[in-house]
Design a protein around this ligand. Structure first.
Ligand SMILES: Cc1cc2nc3c(=O)[nH]c(=O)nc-3n(C[C@H](O)[C@H](O)[C@H](O)COP(=O)(O)OP(=O)(O)OC[C@H]3O[C@@H](n4cnc5c(N)ncnc54)[C@H](O)[C@@H]3O)c2cc1C
Length: 439
């Protein structure tokens, strides 16, 4: 291996803010909007040119986690607050299909463009400053406290100072750079990535008769002919608000020799983008040949980037345990409910779903507080949770509620001149409940 020394550079501090949010996925949006609405000087940076993260750029395509779970299908909404506010705006703009059955619960598929518009609207109304096309590259620290971040974009490198930083990168980039301890899944094994895509010209009058289980039987039938290469045996297909479109969450990216692929390794991401696109034509061929209503359908586009389910898990003051999830544990410091199944995409090992029926568990505030590091919180899919627990807690409604809680906690930090670990969580809960959350 050979090395060069990068020159020391003097870089400009381009802004000093109360709250800086890094990453504009569901968790980052909820955080930034909440902080902005409370009058904080808030800045959000995002490496894409739009908001939505894995839910939009990765076409995960549906809002999961809103509903309870019951074997008999008798379910109700259990998550409200920011999640409901976002869903209501999607509804107003004809951008969401409500309550599509998913196992023992339900999800709500949305139009990716309307999602972007709703996020733009909320961010603007909350007076949040935005830097798109901007990557977080490093932290500025005073001992173990983050005091700012270094970013890079077309203007070059620059610094932003912030009283509180929120890591909403999904992969825990900020916490990791700051030196917070982290793990990858269970013994380094994380969930498989997926390249999702959309099809148009679907005749849903015919195609809606298929349950997911029916589609999986058709995959097994097609496999027997040996004429198709369908590495994922349990694809998910959902109707979209545009009435001839389908969201196709079908592929599974499996590394060469079954090796685990990491979203924090650029070679793995590059491999996944190629492999994902290659699989899409096979699933297109399969649905056209095997599913009534798809005969004349065609691929209109793919996710703009590979869909990432799991990256670094930052270890927090509390780690949500697998047993908390299956035993429906409640917490005095709860900031979100969830009855989403433990949904693990194991690549070559297939998809495993464990339903959580007739009750819900809660996510406590402390999963957002990194060990050892001050001045920051993490939200979304990089919160502190055991592998199976995260396979449930990672979905969008819960990311929204975590962002809602972290956004207000950050406001309290600025107003009371305290660190996130000193926040009185009951104040956060009171705020959330007043604004519609059910806890
Ligand atoms: C294929 C697939 C299907 C899924 N299906 C569903 C589903 O049906 N329902 C559901 O509710 N959930 C689903 N999920 C899960 C859900 O989409 C994610 O868990 C959720 O989007 C996580 O939100 P987040 O805000 O934590 O992170 P992300 O959505 O990953 O957002 C992180 C954001 O940070 C940005 N970012 C990252 N690093 C940097 C950096 N260094 N600098 C600047 N910006 C950065 C990214 O560009 C991104 O916009 C699915 C996920 C996948 C991949």
């Amino acid at each position: 291996m050979s090395f060069i020394l990068e020159k020391d550079k003097k870089i400009q501090i381009i802004d000093t803010v109360d709250i800086v949010v890094i990453g504009g996925g569901p968790a980052g949006i909820a955080t930034a909007v909440t902080a902005g609405e409370q009058g904080m000087k808030t800045l959000i940076i995002e490496k894409n040119g739009f908001f939505g993260g894995a839910n939009v750029a990765g076409y995960s395509g549906t809002i999961g986690g809103l509903y309870s779970s019951a074997e008999d299908g008798n379910i109700e909404q259990i998550v409200y607050g920011f999640a409901e506010k976002f869903v209501d705006l999607l509804k107003e703009n004809n951008g969401i299909v409500e309550k599509v059955k998913f196992g023992h619960t339900a999800l709500a598929p949305h139009d990716p463009f309307v999602w972007k518009e709703v996020a733009d609207q909320l961010i603007k109304e909350a007076n949040v400053n935005v830097l798109f096309h901007t990557s977080f590259v490093d932290v500025i620290m005073e001992e173990n406290k983050i005091t700012g971040i270094i970013i890079e974009n077309k203007d070059g490198r620059s610094a932003i100072m912030g009283k509180i930083c929120i890591d909403a990168t999904g992969d825990g980039d900020v916490a990791a750079k700051a030196g917070a301890p982290y793990v990858y899944g269970k013994d380094g094994v994380i969930q498989a990535m997926t390249m999702a895509f959309r099809m148009a010209n679907v005749d849903w009058e015919k195609a809606s008769k298929y349950s997911l289980e029916d589609i999986w039987e058709k995959v097994a039938e097609a496999d027997q002919t040996r004429k198709y290469n369908l590495p994922r045996k349990h694809p998910f297909i959902f109707p979209l608000p545009r009435k001839d479109q389908a969201m196709m969450n079908c592929t599974a990216i499996i590394g060469e020799n079954d090796q685990v692929l990491y979203p924090t390794k650029t070679n793995d991401l590059t491999y996944a983008e190629f492999a994902g696109r290659e699989q899409i034509r096979e699933y297109e061929r399969f649905v056209k040949d095997y599913l009534e209503g798809f005969e004349d359908a065609y691929v209109i586009d793919t996710a703009s980037q590979i869909g990432i389910r799991q990256g670094r898990t930052i270890l927090g003051e509390y780690t949500l345990k697998n047993e908390d999830v299956v035993n429906a544990k409640k917490f005095d410091t709860a900031i979100a409910r969830s009855a989403w199944p433990i949904e693990i995409h194991g690549g070559s090992k297939g998809v495993k779903v464990v339903n959580l029926d007739d009750d819900y568990y809660e996510i406590p505030f402390e999963v957002m507080l990194p060990q050892k590091i001050e001045g920051m919180m993490m939200v979304g899919r990089c919160i502190s949770a055991e592998h199976e627990a995260l396979a449930s807690a990672r979905v969008v409604a819960q990311c929204f509620e975590e962002g809602f809680a972290a956004g207000y906690a950050a406001v309290l930090c600025v107003k009371e001149n305290i660190m996130p670990k000193e926040v009185e969580v009951q104040k956060v809960r009171t705020f959330m409940i007043e604004k519609g959350s059910r806890l």
